[in-house]
Design a protein around this ligand. Sequence first.
Ligand SMILES: Nc1ncnc2c1ncn2[C@@H]1O[C@H](COP(=O)(O)OP(=O)(O)OP(=O)(O)O)[C@@H](O)[C@H]1O
Ligand SMILES: [Mg+2]
Length: 505
Amino acid sequence: MGASLTELGSKLAGLMFIWGTIQQLFPQILCKRIESFWTRLEYYFYPYVQITINELTNGKSNEIYRHVDSYLGTKSVDTSAKYLKAEKSENSKSFAVILDEGEEIIDEFEGAIFCWRSHNETFDDNSQGSKKTQPTEKKSYTITFNKQHREIVTGKYLKHVIEEGRAIEFKNKKQRIYCNDSMPTWWLRLNSMWKHINFEHPATFDTLAMDPKKKAEIINDLIAFSKGKDYYSKVGKAWKRGYLLYGPPGTGKSTMIAAISNYLNYDIYDLELTTVKDNLELKKLLMETTSKSIIVIEDIDCSVDLTGKRNKAKKNKKKDDSDSDSDSDSDSNSDSDSDSEGKKKLTLSGLLNFIDGIWSACGEERIIIFTTNHVDKLDPALIRRGRMDMHIEMSYCRYEAFKVLAKNYLGIDTHPLFQEIEPLLEEVNMSPCDVAESLIRKNTSGGIEICLNNLILALKEAKEKAIEEAREKEKQDSERVKEENPKKNKKLSTKFYGRFKKLFR
Ligand SMILES: Nc1ncnc2c1ncn2[C@@H]1O[C@H](COP(=O)(O)OP(=O)(O)OP(=O)(O)O)[C@@H](O)[C@H]1O
Ligand SMILES: [Mg+2]
């Protein structure tokens, strides 16, 4: 097809030359007649249409060109094209193979054939008005197809190419982690409120130690979310999802965020609430986040005092009207939002609006994650379902989670010492972080067995310590009860003594 098109092109160029000569020789009316006849002839004999996609339009980069580039990059590897180029951009994880100048690719879509050709013209540019001309490159792609497929191209095919290209770019793009910093106002007027670096955390769901059922549930939820564009628009909900990760220190909450980011290839916006001045700044920060991203607020219980004011408001309300119920929704919070000096500041209702207010729908496909060590300290409105859709408990390391760590750190699926470790892990509350610490010593101390024995020792010590602490606590509690209610205790003991006597009389 490519060769026939080239031949036809050169024949047409010849005919155009003849046409130019005719135009000079014959009067205008005759020329018009010949022109319309020529158009009909051309339409009959040359049934192809061509669309050009330039790299630059009006001096700016053309987004469609980039998507076509990515799309053809994947196609070019399994075609007969001989001259290909390998390129890697700064923001890409891997290199891309693209067509070299003049190469052709035949693509098929819904039974129609499309011929893509890459062009690279170099010309002397003196558009700046300077005497010296600059050699400038003009890159483009042309797509040639039979005119009967015009509707497929404009209706479906180009859309398909752009979407596929965009998906390839997204898959190859390097993830970034953004953080907000306190900056002077003049700086923020000129720059973004977020600073970023590339995110290269090695955590994945495979290396994350947790109950496999729970892990599968989370992965399925993430898949459903990332493919849920149509569903969310059908039910009329903003395309976002909230996850609350809670559990003791070292149980993998931050690691889970990295695993989610790597799984979905989303950027992370690590929101530091303590540097946010007020609700307006929070809103601006939200507006500067992009789609396909994770907004994270770590240790939300310690970030700012979001619960204090609310509790105060509740207490006052209770005082005024002891019968009335205290509502736990954001609306009830508005009174407590302005502080006593009337200054605007960051409030709980500001944060609630950030999560699911009307502004939260700017941008789409976003995940919001809160982490905390103390879930009970959080305001119920902040974590109610719909805001934090999935509550995930990151718990101490049990046997199933240990097996993942053993595989990661020691490269083993089973070992005779596992039999001894299993019951200990069910009894002892040890975080995956501490278990990993025993296993990571493999390189310095030698063998697998030594690592496992170290772990057994650590578990036994932790068990002893826990028993000791429980005993101590029991002792303290009973002493406190005795101190607090000596009379009551006396009464109770005489009462029980009386009954006891009755029973055994
Ligand atoms: N579930 C886990 N799976 C794999 N590694 C884990 C897990 N939990 C902890 N680790 C290891 O322990 C280290 C600390 O974990 P991480 O920072 O994710 O804990 P955290 O729950 O966020 O703790 P904190 O509450 O103190 O922020 C990590 O570097 C990771 O290697
Ligand atoms: Mg953490």
